[in-house]
Design a protein around this ligand. Structure first.
Ligand SMILES: CC(C)(COP(=O)(O)OP(=O)(O)OC[C@H]1O[C@@H](n2cnc3c(N)ncnc32)[C@H](O)[C@@H]1OP(=O)(O)O)[C@@H](O)C(=O)NCCC(=O)NCCS
Length: 163
């Protein structure tokens, strides 16, 4: 039996920026996450966001951004104790090995450690993105039943996970 690879999450440093920019999803997944360079640069310059790398050992294997004023996620305030999870992905070469599930857990542990006032993690996921909906359910998210109909790639569920 092989040991699970070490997985952790960390803010994107200048040294991590290039490896994160090089990460890719499959072409059919691109509408669900948007452009990584845009998301990285936008999160780095936004005082209410954090750009986060998902690391296997020292190797970048995924990315997400945290939104501490998550009105974009719910399109309304969902309370000061909420954090938005956006643009979450695992590089296509690393998908299907359980890293997505573990990365959500590591993300929650990291928020609890660095932002103990936060109580809820919230995200939008496209209704057609069955793989991600399954992955988020497995990682402890529940569907609120609320739909956002204005997404550029179609309707999106609002899912939440307690921190
Ligand atoms: C969604 C994503 C993060 C999952 O990461 P992952 O490392 O591949 O997922 P895991 O290996 O941890 O799998 C977790 C669960 O997800 C589901 N899942 C993963 N890939 C799937 C697929 N192709 N079809 C259906 N379900 C799938 C399964 O329920 C799986 O659990 P199981 O292995 O017990 O069946 C990854 O597929 C991804 O980056 N997708 C592209 C970007 C994206 O859509 N991001 C979400 C934006 S909201």
């Amino acid at each position: 039996m092989f040991a699970k690879p070490d997985l952790h999450v960390a803010p994107v440093t200048p040294e991590l920026a290039e490896p994160v920019r090089a990460l890719r999803v499959a072409p059919e997944q691109e509408p669900f996450v948007g452009d990584t360079t845009f998301n990285l640069d936008d999160a780095l310059r936004d005082a209410n966001s954090e750009a986060m790398a998902i690391l296997v050992g020292a190797t970048a294997a995924g990315f997400y951004r945290l939104d501490f004023k998550p009105t974009i996620v719910a399109r309304r305030s969902i309370g000061d104790a909420a954090v938005g999870l956006r643009a979450f992905f695992i590089d296509v070469d690393w998908q299907g090995r359980g890293l997505g599930t573990r990365a959500v857990q590591a993300c929650c542990d990291d928020i609890r450690a660095r932002h103990p006032d936060r109580r809820l993690l919230a995200l939008n996921v496209n209704c057609r993105n069955v793989a991600a909906i399954n992955a988020y359910r497995k990682a402890g998210f529940v569907d609120t039943g609320e739909l956002y109909l204005g997404g550029s790639a179609g309707p999106q569920h609002l899912m939440v996970r307690k921190l």
